[in-house]
Every structure is written in structure tokens, then in C-alpha cells.
Write a protein that binds this ligand. Structure first.
Ligand code: MN
Length: 736
């Protein structure tokens, strides 16, 4: 048998042992295809390349991963290094395998500046998980890295250090998070060997020497414990072991101790059948030896986040030497070694399989909680496809110098620019993503490298940007800029520009600057007063032509009182055939006085809002705000159904109508903020209908509040009050 044939038969043997083999010929086909695809390629060691993916598949089959993962492991370097395409892999082995190979290839291509790894490790680990889509991709990548670390001696010394650093900072913690201590321990030890070769070799030697001198001691303890447990009728596997080099090294480093001062170099492990037995063993052990105070840890009752369970206790032996005892069940032991991988082979199981699947999902949930951003989408969690990318609310992108920035999903280069610095955002004129020029509203993807183009000559951010950003931070900084620009000279300049424009276009400005028209413009652009509009024109945030055209449009609408569109008339006729209710909602519909009126849920218009009616098929007229997205995006063919409507003046002595409105409030997170918000609303006699709040890890809370109100005037009063709450920095009416 050739070497690769031997490796292949080892894969099959592992899969048979673990019960994961479904179709041996399929695995063999992968092996033969990969061997052919890699052809004459050699590794640095001089071995045929095919040995590497086979070793990776051996690791995966040892972990008990399902057949698809093992097949993907065999094929993992094929798409990157050979002629074979993902489509071909998909045709042969199905979409799951092709997707996993694709995922591994993408992660392989992800490169980062070696010098930044340490400080950026946490973000890089998150990025890794966000990019992997399927958690099995990470497990393949861990197996890949494990074999590469085993064969690191063939690399140059610089490459060895770089890979070892990356492994210690990124891969080993990922293995730990997934609970796969079997790989974590090996990755840690191998990293240490290349990063601190002298310390590592000395440690190995010293521990070997200690092992010899203490072998008798540990053996005698194991014998004693065995005898006691047998007498108590407890079935158990009891053995002594040396702790892992890396964990000892870490302890010496962090606690600044010499090897002689580390008293739990050696440990006794007791593996039993039931949880009950665990505690029975604990009782017996504490009777035999004196427990060291403060050294007892019950991870059975309180599992670690990565599902590790065990009881740890340090006791003092007869000759005064302390040692650690770990007690766990066989199942806990399996989970401790294989972590999330331990739960894969049960995928197609029957009854037991179901709980395993749930466990696996709760595991993923914990990984995501560790990511700190997680929408509680339980419906999604119950689906089996572990699309982490969808679950993650963040995108991870690189700065030109290789730093990782975390932004909310949907972020654009504008968000990025303001995250770097407000000065960068305010001077931004364009952006490059992955060395290509992109529009500034380009949606960033995880892994993108973003570069902001700035200019000293820019007039600053534009108001449109508020609609393009996804982060509260960017929105806040843009608003701040506009507020700071709201100065006297800008107001004067704006008034001047407006006058000149009207003169040039031969527009009578005094006709336009009537409160009923300007108020609507103030509202539309989200200002509080006309001076703010002028200031915005003054510093270039708004174009004077834009404002004049809007005023003209409003005036035209006001002047025009007849319906011309035949289609509209037809639609009204259709409505008239039905018994119609009187409009008692405070709305006047142009040309008709007897029509059912509903308020659109999407934008909840209230008196003071600029509104438009939509003639529905058989349900009367629905009232929308003119800035409602559903109206803005209305297909051309439906536009004929729009009809002018307006608010009726409030009748004297009659009780005012109440309307529902929603605002979004952004605030710096602090204790009591929710209470302050609801108290302020109560003080304003506002009846809250719903209040939802979301936190994010930048420490920003978002509140969505729906409440009853008389109209826009009341809302702006309420908003002013809310702005006075400590920490609140932005409030907006939501748009459907
Ligand atoms: Mn590889």
C-alpha cells in the first residue's frame, strides 16, 4: 500500500468506529479526485500534496464529524490550488460539500497584517465566525491548521513565528470556544514550541524529570482511590496525568511562578457513569485527603460557556504534596475533548438526535452571544442551517492599515468614515473598497478593505447621508455637524442664496415664504425652524433650488383643487357604490365628502404631517405621509390612485382626535434611561402604546416608542423634552 492509501484506509476506519460512514465509495471518490487534481504537487516537506488533505480528513474523522465534512476536508484545497471548480465539486458531492469548500477557501484567502494580530485578535476571531456561515467550515479550518502546525518545521523561521502567533491568537481560542480541547491543546503546545522554543524545550525536559520522581507518588494515589471506589461499589476509570505544557507555561507566566511552585502539575482523573457518582466520588476523595480551601470548582452544576463539565478539587496527599482531582462522567469527558464536534454525528439520530440538535443550537447561540450581538430570532435558530452570517448583526471590515472595525449590518463607507473619526467623515468625498471606487452608499461586506477619500475643499456632509448610514454613531455625528453649522452667518448666506435663486428663476419669493408652506419644508427636512433650513442652505447641506422647487410644488398643490385624472375618478366611482362611512377621522378628501378613511400603519400620519390619500380597491382611502417609503416607491401604474387629502381644522369644543405615532430615540446606555424616558412621556400626558428597546455593544440604546398624540405640534414639544434627558442624542419620527 502506498502512503496515501494507508492514510485513506485510516479515514475509513475512524468513520466506521464513530458510526459516521454512510457511503465508503463516495469518500473514496473524493480521495481519488483530490489526488488526481493535486497531481504532481508537493508540500514543502517533499511529500505528495494529497497527504495533507488526507491528514486533515483523518483529524475530522477522529473528531466524529459527519461524512460531508470529511469529504469537504479531503477536497478543501482543491478549489484554491487546482483546476477543479466548485461547480464540479457540487455536482459530485452535493451543495453542502461545495459550500464548505468554498467557505474554507474564502477563509484561506483572508490575510491580515501579522503585526496587528495580537491587538486585533478578538475582532479577527469574530470576523472568522461571521464569514464561515457554516460552523463546520471553522472545524475544517481548525483541522487544516492543526496539520499545518504539525508540519511547521519545513517553513522558514519567520513564517514559523507568524503562523504560530496566528494560531495562538486566533485558532486556539476558536477551538476553545467550540469546546474542542483535543485540538486546542495541540494548537497551543505547537504554537508555544515555535514562539518560545527555549522555554518550551526546558519545560518539556523539567516536566519529564519531575514525572520520573513523582510517578510513584501519583501511582500510589491512583491505587488508593481505585481501592476506595471499588469498596464503595462505584464503577470508575481512574488514572494519573501530567497537565498540558501550555497550561503550565501560562500559569508560570501569569502567576510569575517557577515550576516547583506549580502544585497541580499532575492530576488524577476519575471518570464515572453518572452525575450522582461524580458527587459520591467527591465525597469519598474529600474524606481521604484534606481539600485545599478555595480550590474546589463545580463545573457540573455550572458548566463553562463552551459546555465543559467536570468537578475540580485540589487536595493534599499524605506526604503534604497537593494534587488536583478531576471528576466527570464518560459523556462529559467526550464533550470536554471534542466539544461541538461531539454533537455532529448524532445529526441523523432518532430521539436522542433531537436533543443533540438542540444542544448544538444552544451552543451556536452561545458562540453568538460571545459575539455579543444577537437578535433573539428563535425561529431562525430552530432551522438547521447554521448560517452564522445571517445571524450576525455586524460586518467586520479592514482599515487600510489592517485594523478591524465592527459596524452594524447595512453600513456604508460613510459609517466607516465616521467610525474612524468625525473629521474623516466630514471631509469625505468618496471611497474605495478592495481598491475599487464605490458609491458612498455601497453596502459593506465582512472582509472588505475600506479606504476613505477626503478633501479639504468639501462643504461637509450632505443631508442625504442621514438616509445612507446604519450606525447611530454616524447619524449622531452628521446631525452634530449640521447643528454646529447652524450659525448666524450661515443663515444670512442661506437667505442670500435663496433670494438670488428666486430672482434668477423669476419666482416671487414672498408668495412662497408663507408659514403653511415653509412649515412643511421644515418638517420634511427634519428641522425645528426656518432659520435652520436657511443655515443648511448656507453651508451647502441643502441646495437652494431643492427648497424652492419643494415650495413651488406645495404651492401648486394648494392652488389646485380639482381632480383631473380619469383613473382617479373611476376609482372613486367604484368606492361610491359601497355603503360608505362619514369621514370622522379629521381628514378632508378632495372632491368627496363621504368616504371611508384609514390611516396607514406603515407611517402613522398625524395632524401637521404632509399627507396624501391612496384609493384602495374597495377599502376606501388610506392616508399616508408623503415621505412614506411605500408612497415614494409606489409603482408608476398605481400613482393614478393617489388623491389630495388634508387635515380638517379642529372643531371648536369638540374633543380632539387621537392618533398613533412612532419615534425612534437613540441614547447612550446607562442605568435608569428607560425609566427617564417613560417618566418624561408620562409628565407630558403621553399615553405609551408600545416601547421596545435594543442595546448594542457600542453602548447605544435604541428605543422605538409608539404613543397617542394630537399631532405634530405636540410631538415636537415632546421631542424637545426628551432631548433634555441625559444621554439622548438623536430622536426621529420613523418612516414606514
Ligand atoms: Mn490546507
Amino acid at each position: 500500500m502506498t502512503e496515501d492509501q494507508e492514510l485513506f484506509s485510516q479515514i475509513l476506519a475512524n468513520m466506521k468506529k464513530n458510526g459516521t460512514l454512510r457511503d465508503a465509495s463516495r469518500v473514496e471518490e473524493a480521495y481519488l479526485l483530490a489526488k488526481e487534481a493535486h497531481g504532481g504537487q508537493l508540500r514543502r516537506s517533499g511529500e505528495p500534496y494529497i497527504n495533507h488533505p488526507l491528514h486533515v480528513a483523518i483529524i475530522l474523522s477522529e473528531l466524529g464529524m459527519d461524512e460531508d465534512t470529511v469529504v469537504a476536508g479531503i477536497m478543501h484545497d482543491v478549489a484554491e490550488d487546482t483546476e477543479m471548480t466548485l461547480e464540479q465539486i457540487g455536482e459530485k458531492f452535493g451543495p453542502d460539500v461545495a459550500e464548505m469548500v468554498d467557505g474554507v477557501t474564502k477563509l484561506t484567502r483572508l490575510t491580515w497584517d501579522g503585526g496587528k494580530v495580537e491587538q486585533q485578535a478578538e475582532n479577527l476571531r469574530k470576523m472568522f465566525i461571521a464569514m464561515a456561515r457554516d460552523i463546520r467550515v471553522i472545524i475544517i479550518k481548525l483541522a487544516d491548521r492543526t496539520h499545518n502546525m504539525r508540519t511547521l518545521q519545513y517553513m522558514s523561521p519567520e513564517k514559523q513565528k507568524e503562523k504560530a502567533r496566528e494560531t495562538m491568537d486566533i485558532y486556539a481560542p476558536l477551538a476553545s470556544r467550540l469546546g474542542i480541547s483535543k485540538l486546542k491543546v495541540e494548537l497551543d503546545n505547537l504554537s508555544l514550541k515555535y514562539l518560545e522554543p527555549e522555554a518550551y524545550n526546558r519545560l518539556v525536559m523539567e516536566i519529564d524529570r519531575k514525572k520520573l520522581s513523582r510517578e510513584g507518588f501519583i501511582d500510589s494515589i491512583v491505587d488508593e482511590v481505585k481501592a476506595k471506589l471499588a469498596a464503595a461499589g462505584i464503577e470508575a476509570d481512574t488514572y494519573g496525568r501530567v497537565k498540558h505544557y501550555f497550561s503550565i507555561y501560562k500559569k508560570m507566566k501569569t502567576q510569575n511562578k517557577s515550576l516547583d511552585e506549580i502544585y497541580d502539575l499532575f492530576a488524577v482523573r476519575v471518570i464515572v457513569n453518572t452525575v450522582q457518582d461524580c458527587y459520591a466520588v467527591l465525597g469519598i476523595v474529600h474524606e481521604m485527603y484534606t481539600p485545599l480551601p478555595g480550590r474546589f470548582k463545580d463545573y457540573v452544576a455550572m458548566p463553562k460557556p463552551n459546555h465543559y463539565q467536570s468537578i475540580h478539587t485540589t487536595v493534599i496527599g499524605k506526604n503534604g504534596l497537593p494534587f488536583e482531582i478531576q471528576i466527570r462522567t464518560h459523556e462529559m469527558h467526550h464533550t470536554a475533548e471534542y466539544g461541538i464536534a461531539a454533537h455532529w454525528k448524532y445529526k441523523e439520530g432518532g430521539k436522542a438526535g433531537l436533543t443533540r440538535e438542540e444542544e448544538k443550537l444552544s451552543w451556536l447561540r452561545q458562540i453568538l452571544e460571545w459575539q455579543n450581538e444577537m437578535s433573539d430570532d428563535s425561529e431562525f435558530l430552530s432551522s438547521l442551517k447554521t448560517d452564522l452570517n445571517l445571524l450576525s448583526d455586524d460586518v467586520y471590515v479592514f482599515t487600510p492599515t489592517g485594523d478591524v472595525k465592527v459596524l452594524p449590518k447595512g453600513s456604508t463607507p460613510i459609517d466607516f468614515a465616521y467610525m474612524v473619526h468625525s473629521a474623516v467623515g466630514n471631509r469625505m468625498v468618496g471611497a474605495r473598497v478592495n481598491e475599487r471606487l464605490v458609491p458612498i452608499n455601497y453596502q459593506l461586506n465582512t472582509g472588505d478593505r475600506v479606504e476613505i477619500i477626503t478633501s479639504q475643499n468639501t462643504k461637509g456632509p450632505s443631508r442625504d447621508w442621514l438616509g445612507m448610514v446604519a450606525s447611530a454613531q454616524a447619524r449622531n455625528k452628521i446631525n452634530q455637524w449640521f447643528r454646529s453649522q447652524n450659525k448666524e452667518d450661515n443663515i444670512d448666506k442661506g437667505r442670500d442664496l435663496l433670494e438670488r435663486y428666486c430672482k434668477a428663476k423669476n419666482v416671487d419669493m414672498s408668495e412662497l415664504l408663507k408659514p403653511e408652506l415653509t412649515e412643511k419644508v421644515i418638517n420634511k427636512y427634519g428641522f425645528l425652524e426656518w432659520d435652520a433650513v436657511l443655515a443648511a442652505i448656507g453651508h451647502g447641506g441643502l441646495k437652494e433650488g431643492q427648497v424652492v422647487n419643494k415650495l413651488l410644488e406645495l404651492k401648486k398643490k394648494q392652488d389646485k383643487r380639482t381632480i383631473t385624472d380619469e383613473e382617479v375618478l373611476e376609482a372613486i366611482a367604484e368606492n361610491k357604490r359601497q355603503p360608505l362611512k362619514k369621514t370622522n377621522n379629521g381628514i378632508i378628501v378632495e372632491g368627496i365628502d363621504d368616504v371611508a378613511v384609514h390611516f396607514a400603519r406603515c407611517c402613522s400620519p398625524i395632524p401637521g404631517d404632509e399627507i396624501v390619500g391612496f384609493i384602495t380597491r374597495g377599502r376606501g382611502v388610506t392616508i399616508h405621509r408623503t415621505d412614506c417609503l411605500n408612497i415614494i416607491n409606489l409603482p408608476e401604474i398605481e400613482r393614478g390612485r393617489l388623491i389630495s387629502v388634508e387635515w380638517a381644522a379642529a372643531e371648536e369644543g369638540k374633543q380632539k382626535e387621537r392618533y398613533t405615532a412612532e419615534i425612534a430615540l437613540y441614547a447612550k446606555d446607562r442605568i435608569g434611561i428607560t425609566a427617564d424616558v417613560s417618566r418624561t412621556l408620562a409628565e407630558q400626558d403621553i399615553l405609551i402604546l408600545t416601547l421596545r428597546t435594543y442595546g448594542n455593544k457600542q453602548g447605544i440604546s435604541t428605543f422605538f416608542i409608539t404613543f397617542e398624540t394630537e399631532g405634530v405640534e405636540e410631538i415636537s414639544k415632546v421631542i424637545q423634552k426628551l432631548y433634555q434627558i441625559d444621554g439622548v442624542f438623536d430622536i426621529q419620527r420613523t418612516v414606514g
